[in-house]
Design a protein around this ligand. Structure first.
Ligand SMILES: [Zn+2]
Length: 85
């Protein structure tokens, strides 16, 4: 009886570990919106000729992978500067 109880307990621990692995996040696949050529922050068109094309840069986030337009890019720069000083 005692051996059987121990086995059950070990099974329980394994179950908890498996659960926490699931909860702590299986790698979520970001949505690729590079093809849309819209800003991941403001959804503005930043394709070639839109005026936001020049300063756009690629963004690889947890939820989205796509372009960040020039306007949002410069806002990010300002935030970075504020953080530094
Ligand atoms: Zn933007």
């Amino acid at each position: 009886m005692k051996m059987k109880n121990n086995l059950i307990t070990l099974d329980g621990v394994d179950g908890i570990l498996d659960n926490s692995r699931v909860l702590s996040g299986l790698p979520k696949k970001p949505i690729d919106i590079f093809d849309q050529e819209t800003c991941v922050h403001c959804n503005k068109d930043c394709s070639c000729g839109s005026g936001e094309f020049v300063n756009r840069y690629p963004h690889y986030g947890d939820e989205y992978e796509g372009w960040v337009c020039g306007t949002c890019a410069s806002e990010d720069d300002q935030e970075l500067e504020q953080d530094v000083y």
